[in-house]
Design a protein around this ligand. Structure first.
Ligand code: HEM
Length: 190
């Protein structure tokens, strides 16, 4: 059987494509720093709330470098650097239900995977607007040149977690719901 990281990729290709398409359209319409701040708020309010939920069920015991993978602080820093206060985070039905540690691993897969597209997004934004030197892109820059390395590390932790057939379905459903709810969240904040 293929490892879980590989099956998650194929099982969520469609949801990824939909989110990517929506974001690319949105990024193409960014004309001002304020437009970019609105995009950052979408990520901050969704990923930030998701991380709070994930932290309730996952710790360094499950993923040794869990803390250094958190994104909320980078997003808050980018907003602050661009002179904006973070908005209220997403709640309740706007988020996927993460009832246990396996479901949380699925949501983490989506958050970590976003670093693979983050560099592309950062470059697109730099072409659209002029940001103050060195500011506002720490979230999208992410792990920078370490991105592939960090992704490989995350996938090995995922593949090493003991996930049976029932758990596999829980993780996959969480991945799909995390993408779907994010798509809805973006659509609600146009
Ligand atoms: C403009 C937006 C985006 C672009 C251009 C983009 C692009 C990419 C690329 C190039 C990859 C690597 C594919 C590969 O190595 O085969 C990738 C993987 C991935 N992206 Fe995105 N992405 C975008 C947005 C997002 C967002 C917002 C999320 C999460 C909410 C996300 C989640 C993922 C995940 C989970 C993977 C890993 C797939 C795997 O298992 O290999 N992406 N993306």
């Amino acid at each position: 059987m293929a490892n879980i990281a590989d099956t998650l990729k194929s099982d969520s290709l469609e949801q990824h494509r939909e989110v990517e398409k929506l974001l690319v359209n949105r990024i193409r319409n960014i004309r001002t720093v304020s437009d970019y701040v609105s995009l950052l708020q979408i990520f901050y309010t969704y990923f930030g709330a998701l991380e709070k939920r994930i932290e309730k069920v996952i710790s360094v015991k499950d993923l040794p470098d869990f803390n250094s993978r958190r994104k909320t602080d980078a997003l808050a820093k980018d907003l602050a650097d661009l002179g904006s206060a973070p908005q209220a985070m997403a709640t309740a039905d706007s988020l996927p239900l993460l009832s246990n540690q396996k479901a949380a691993l699925g949501a983490l897969y989506v958050i970590e995977g976003s670093t693979l597209g983050g560099g592309i997004i950062g470059k697109m934004i730099s072409r659209q607007i002029e940001l103050p030197a060195g500011l506002g892109l720490s979230f999208f820059t992410g792990y920078g040149e370490q991105t592939e390395f960090m992704w490989a590390g995350f996938k090995s932790s995922l593949n090493a977690a003991s996930i049976d057939a029932d758990d596999h379905k829980i993780v996959t459903d969480a991945v799909i719901n995390t993408f779907r709810k994010f798509k809805l969240w973006i659509e609600q904040h146009v």
